[in-house]
Design a protein around this ligand. Structure first.
Ligand code: TRP
Ligand code: ZN
Length: 880
């Protein structure tokens, strides 16, 4: 017997609530094993609801201790309470006050949803449906209420008491050993934005004065001893606040903005009103323990959560199908922020790499869903790359299609018209239509259709007529359960390069709407003809990755080389280098399959050499261009019958040959390109380190004495970026000093859990032949903690997603490890388990032997009778 699949929730079934709760007073008496929550709420019936309609509130693992209506206890016959539901059979017709007392056990809360303790600190996570684990409630985003929260706790263990909004009152209780604090949040909000924190935390404080002159106190709370790692987060917060004022005209709206860092957290961070709670990996940084990537991530996540104050909190979602309304838009906003803080080109390339490596496979496999899903069984499983990253791409396309000013006008109208609302994608799009007079009904398909459109392009130059013609077509590959896709509106940014690499001016074009350098493909097939073209141009299409599509263009290798050298769009220059490498990697992989000796093409080797020496590109861009497509990217490109060993071997050969061909230049970059002065996390210095480490990566397999250079870098590094880059080479390239280096690293960092996550991750992603066994050993290492999501992700998630050869090992041991571990974790933390199980999503693309092994591992998980709803949903869909 196996657990039932949870009932389907459908967008088309949406109904507004029959009753509304508009104010909540929460009194929370914190005790580790028996916290008493008294919720007093004012409830009123909606005019369209018939009198006498039952009031049904959501609950989850709750015990009801007392219930009163307008201050009077209710007879047992008037209500029904179970752990997941409270029904009031015949509520009064007039507004009434409901008082509920529930008892909860924060220490037993291993799901990390609702109220739990992390290293002794009480904290909450309510999105999406965690508030119902605190009290019975209308736990849906369209019920907006004003919250007042009173926290009571022992002074000694919980000197810090925080909740949403502004501080209202504090004091001691009679006995003196306990104290209380009252917080009031004047902004009506859905329950998922509720938060409280109580514990013994250190505080780093600063102030910010808004554009209109209001002072805001900024606090970051962390465990004692970690205060000196909060500087970058605080700096990022202040820059985010200023940027949102300057770029979008949006100001902060409370007297305080609090951030709390906790070490046990299911996701990255949470935008609770006025009280953001963070996974500490997105707060804490210093040069000794954080990489440049960590610094960039902290900046982006701090900004993301702060930006939610307007896109998510002031304007929230009507229902969870609209999740991309807040997430897609907020990701777009944080991407723009990072672009303005750093290099726009580098940021764009990084974002597109993420999209292609995470979202494209999701969209091409059994877990594919539209940016706005139509159906779900478990909403926690829809915090996906599609909703977040593709959702951001859709907003970006809107900007590309409408132009900067019209886009801004539409957003202004959105903030104006919907402030205080729980709304929908339709309402969002209507603002752009109304502000600009354009019709977005076809564009809205981007929210409806799953699957990555494939855009095919062929070109023909006619010297007699002096015309250059593009034959374009688009198609969405089949998605299970979806009718054939309709043509989407695809903005294609483009350029035609003349013989010297300059962009030709387009003087005559027919066959498509073209504005500036954007061509709009909106038919299944379309021919676009450019006139007055004196010689055959080279097409640069999809500049800046202007749409989330796969481009199928059999480009001539010589044209790619030309683009790699001349395209004035840095994204497409990078793309051209990647395409050249990808063509060869696919070819080399096939050669491996056939047992032929792999010989790399001269083209790739030359282009990599030219890129390395191209001083017109900054270091960060060169580092990115010199990074070969990942093994998973190559697998995606191959698409079917994938053999990860052949891919790995092909990539290793190309890396070695590139290294050998340019060994002197790589050595020079690896050893001489050191930013001057003390470590600084800025983009320019980070770019230098990235290029030096990329060069070292090639030297490691080509230079004589490489092992010594890498070990020296590991030992003498004055920052984590360089130290970890060197450690990764030592481990992944099985250098002689590997074990000694791992041991040194452990000794140095064993008391820093974020740094130790990197230690686990480096070993889990080792492509060596016995990593499955190594991971099993690490699972019984004293520092492994299966209850800490970061640690589980560092060891198991990174193994499953970052080690394709070992995960898909032909003896099935990798699949077995992940299936077995997911089952174990599922008993404690379903969200972490189901996320781990998504690593099977591309199993059908593997070769027959491997896909059979993956399927049987999934079936084994599926046969487990007490599987959580989260994991059941992922496994069912993966097998469908
Ligand atoms: N809203 C959060 C964000 O994107 C996401 C999030 C944080 C979340 N914690 C969660 C989603 C727990 C589901 C469950 O910033
Ligand atoms: Zn978010």
């Amino acid at each position: 017997m196996r657990s039932e699949t949870a009932p389907a929730i459908r967008l088309e079934d949406y109904n507004p609530p029959a009753y509304r709760i508009d104010t909540v007073y929460l009194n929370v008496e914190l005790e580790p094993k028996a916290t008493l929550v008294t919720a007093t709420m004012s409830v009123h019936r909606q005019p369209e609801t018939a009198e006498g309609t039952p009031l049904v509130l959501d609950g989850d693992e709750l015990t009801l201790k007392a219930l009163k209506l307008n201050g009077e206890p209710l007879p047992a016959s008037a209500f029904a309470a179970s752990d997941d539901r409270l029904e009031l059979r015949t509520p009064p017709g007039e507004p009434f006050e409901l008082t509920l007392e529930t008892e909860i056990d924060p220490d037993a809360n291993t799901k990390l949803m609702g109220l739990y303790r992390s290293s002794g600190t009480y904290c909450t996570q309510c999105e999406a449906e965690g508030f119902r684990r605190i009290t019975y409630f209308l736990d849906r985003p369209d019920n907006l209420a004003v919250y007042t929260t009173r926290l009571v706790a022992p002074k000694a263990t919980c000197p810090v008491l925080l909740a949403n909004g502004n501080p209202a009152e504090t004091g001691d209780l009679e006995t003196g050993s306990r104290h209380y604090a009252v917080w009031h949040d004047p902004h009506p909000k859905p329950a998922y934005l509720f938060a409280l924190v109580a514990g013994d935390l250190a505080r780093v404080t600063d102030t910010f004065t808004t554009a209109s002159g209001r002072p805001v106190t900024l606090n970051i709370y962390v465990e004692h001893g970690k205060q000196d790692r909060c500087g970058w987060a605080m700096d990022s917060l202040k820059r985010s606040m200023r940027w949102d004022e300057e770029v979008f005209g949006l100001e902060y709206d409370l007297d305080v903005f609090n951030i709390v860092a906790v070490s046990d957290f299911n996701m990255g961070a949470m935008e609770n009103k006025g009280l953001n709670i963070f996974n500490d990996k997105y707060v804490l940084a210093d040069p000794e323990t954080a990489t440049d990537q960590d610094y960039a991530n902290i900046e982006a996540v701090i900004a993301h959560e702060y930006f939610h104050n307007w896109t998510g909190n002031r304007i929230t979602c009507r229902d969870w199908f609209q999740l991309c309304l807040k997430e897609g838009l907020t990701v777009f906003r944080d991407q723009e922020f990072s672009s303005d803080m750093r290099s726009r080109a580098v940021k764009r390339i990084s974002d597109v790499r993420l999209l292609k490596s995470h979202q494209f496979p999701e969209d091409a496999g059994p877990l594919a869903h539209p940016v706005r899903p139509k159906i779900y069984h478990e909403i926690n499983n829809f915090y996906t790359a599609t909703v977040y990253e593709k959702g951001a791409e859709v907003v970006r396309m809107l900007k590309t299609l409408l132009g900067d000013d019209a886009f801004r006008a539409g957003l202004d109208l959105y903030f104006d018209r919907h402030d205080g609302d729980a709304t929908t994608i339709e309402a969002f799009l209507a603002c752009f239509e109304d502000a600009t007079g354009s019709d977005l009904s076809r564009f809205s398909l981007w929210y409806e259709q799953a699957g990555t459109p494939v855009v095919t392009v062929e070109t023909e130059y006619d010297p007699g007529r002096m015309t250059f013609e593009l034959s374009l077509s688009q198609e969405i590959p089949p998605v299970p359960g979806q009718k054939t896709g309709k043509p989407a509106v695809i903005p294609l940014r483009f350029g035609l390069l003349g013989p010297n690499g300059e962009d030709l001016e387009v003087t005559s074009a027919e066959g498509a709407q073209i504005s500036g350098d954007v061509l709009i493909l909106d038919q299944a097939r379309q021919k676009v003809r450019f006139g007055n073209i004196a010689s055959r141009p080279v097409l640069s299409l999809l500049r800046g990755f202007s749409a989330p599509v796969r481009l199928d263009q059999q480009q001539d290798p010589q044209d790619l080389v030309f683009l790699a050298a001349h395209d004035r769009d840095p994204f497409n220059r990078w793309q051209a280098v990647q395409d050249i490498a990808m063509q060869d990697l696919v070819r080399l992989t096939a050669l491996h399959g056939d047992g032929h000796p792999p010989v790399c093409s001269r083209n790739v080797i030359d282009v990599f050499g030219a890129t390395l020496r191209d001083m017109s590109l900054d270091e960060a861009l060169r580092a990115l261009a010199l990074t070969l497509p990942g093994e998973a990217d190559i697998a995606q490109e191959i698409g079917k019958n994938v053999n990860p060993d052949h891919i790995h071997a092909a990539r290793a050969v190309l890396r070695r040959e590139i290294g050998r061909a340019h060994v002197a230049a790589f050595l020079e970059q690896a050893t001489e390109l050191v930013p001057a002065g003390a470590y600084a996390p800025d983009a320019a210095s980070a770019g230098k380190r990235a290029l030096a480490n990329r060069a070292l990566h090639y030297c490691a397999v080509s230079a004589s004495g490489a092992a010594g250079i890498v070990l020296e870098r590991f030992t003498s590094a004055d920052n984590m970026t360089d130290r970890l880059a060197a450690l990764t080479l030592l481990v992944h390239d099985a250098m002689p000093a590997k074990d000694e280096a791992l041991e040194q690293y452990r000794a140095r960092y064993e008391h820093n859990s974020l740094a130790m996550d990197k230690w686990f991750m480096t070993q889990a992603t080792d492509p060596g032949p016995e990593t499955v066994e190594k991971v099993r050993d690490l699972m019984i290492h004293p520092l492994y903690d299966p209850t800490n999501p970061n640690r589980v992700r560092a060891l198991l998630q990174s193994f499953a997603t970052g080690n394709p050869t070992q995960f898909a090992r032909p003896d099935g041991a990798g699949f077995e490890l992940i299936a077995e571990s997911a089952l174990e974790i599922d008993k404690r933390n379903p969200q972490v388990a189901s996320r781990l199980l998504t690593s099977f999503r591309s199993w059908r693309a593997l070769d027959p032997q491997r896909s059979a092994l993956a399927e049987s591992a999934l079936l084994r998980v599926s046969s487990y009778e007490n599987l959580s709803r989260d994991s059941r949903d992922i496994v069912d869909r993966s097998l469908q």
